[in-house]
Design a binder for this molecule. Sequence first.
Ligand SMILES: [Zn+2]
Length: 140
Amino acid sequence: MSKLLRFKCPNCGKVQDVQGDGPCWKCHTMVTLPPDGVIQIYRMSSCGGIGRSMEIFLNGIRLGILKYDDTIRIPVPYGHYSVLMKFLDHKLSKYKGVGLEFDVTPYNRIVYLKAARVIPGYGTNTTILEPATAEEMRPL
Ligand SMILES: [Zn+2]
């Protein structure tokens, strides 16, 4: 769906999806995206859990939301990353989350992750976040 790249403006902090390098659409700072690697996260539509958006945290920094059956791509420099997906529980009172850690290196430049909410029973929502392959990604 989206070939856009998600980033957080280092100047004003606005999270946005862009085609590539360019001005932040809020504060107009010129932003150069990291060219090293990409973290691609697909929220699967094959499981239950339509509804609320997941919130994405990369190394503790909130990077907006991931909608149902949507994909985001986050350009990053090489390094160690933790991704945490959170959503509000059915009472909308607190966050539940699940995390995953990995390295982005010259030999592992594109990291594919798949996320889903599984609902085995009312009130027992679970989020899953797993490594994936390119084939498991929804076509962009
Ligand atoms: Zn900005």
